[in-house]
Design a protein around this ligand. Structure first.
Ligand code: NAD
Length: 266
């Protein structure tokens, strides 16, 4: 039999008991780590992605009672609308929407040589996908007069020169979209916040950067520790839970202090 201390610990661990969450880009990387953490904390999650194999595999592992998979391309309005409808009709409501799906440009070129097809592709997933998510999450949450929306941006959206311009511009625009949504939706009891991580070793970055580059960046900037998908999931859990009840319009930066540095040129 569990001791009273164990029971109390389990209760405090389940910080999203009975909550229903949609997670876009939930089949891999930061979204997958967040789906696992949300389920461990008592939430039922709808994992939204275009990678059907990875999405189905994850829900099989998490169990039918806690997780469902929906194929949804966040660039398509009808897909995003259908994913939200599915979450509400399957689990009865929508409490949390984690807009996290994102891509990195296939090439990094200078501003004067920007490949506009590549730019449009990045904006379609990263920005249009986020804005559609804000739109349909808001539609579902306004009548309920409550809800939490979290969007993944990046510290690349806060500075120039860190990474490909199209990616940085899309992430800066996400931070602005969250400000707009927060300002409008707070009157309906809905909180909207951004998470801006430093480089994390996930399929996205491993595809784009060599692993040793990520390690080197992390080792230098974060004093030896490496930012993991699980650390980002912890931040998402905090923003999704009542522990952040008065936070809205905030950009939660996870960069180990990188963006506060103003040292001499090295
Ligand atoms: P990832 O590639 O590991 O996972 C992204 C998931 O999104 C994949 O499962 C992919 O299939 C899905 N996806 C891609 N396009 C989609 C679409 N159109 N519709 C639905 N799903 C789609 O990436 P990640 O590293 O976990 O990144 C997640 C988010 O975090 C992204 O928005 C990324 O820009 C952001 N981010 C990542 C890092 C990092 O270093 N990994 C740092 C800062 C911000």
């Amino acid at each position: 039999m569990a001791s009273s201390t164990q029971v109390a610990m389990n209760a405090t661990l389940r910080r999203l008991e009975d909550k229903v969450a949609v997670i876009t880009g939930g089949a891999a990387g930061l979204g997958e780590a967040t789906a696992r953490l949300f389920v461990r904390n008592g939430a039922r999650v709808v994992i939204v992605d275009i990678d059907d194999e990875a999405g189905e595999r994850l829900v099989t592992e998490l169990g039918d009672a806690s997780a469902r998979y929906v194929h949804c391309d966040v660039r398509k309005e009808s897909d995003v609308a259908a994913a939200v409808t599915y979450a509400v009709s399957t689990f009865g409501k929508l409490d949390i929407y984690f807009s996290n799906a994102g891509i990195y440009p296939t090439s990094r070129t200078s501003m004067d040589n920007l490949d506009m097809d590549n730019f449009d592709a990045v904006m379609a997933t990263n920005l249009r996908g986020t804005v559609l998510s804000l739109k349909y999450a808001a539609k579902a949450m306004i009548p309920a007069k409550q809800g939490v929306i979290i969007c993944t941006a990046s510290i690349a959206g806060m500075f120039g020169g860190m990474t490909a311009a199209s990616y940085a511009i899309s992430k800066a625009a996400i931070i602005a979209a969250v400000h707009c949504a927060s300002a409008e939706l707070s009157q309906h009891g809905i909180r909207v916040n951004t998470i801006s991580p430093f480089s994390v070793a996930t399929p996205l970055t491993l595809k784009s950067f060599r692993q040793e580059v990520i390690k080197k960046l992390n080792n230098r900037e974060l004093a030896g520790s490496i930012l993991t998908p699980e650390s980002v999931a912890d931040a998402a859990l905090f923003l999704a839970s009542s522990e952040s009840a008065f936070m809205s319009g905030h950009n939660l930066v996870l960069d180990g202090g990188f963006s506060t540095r103003r040292g001499p040129a090295q």
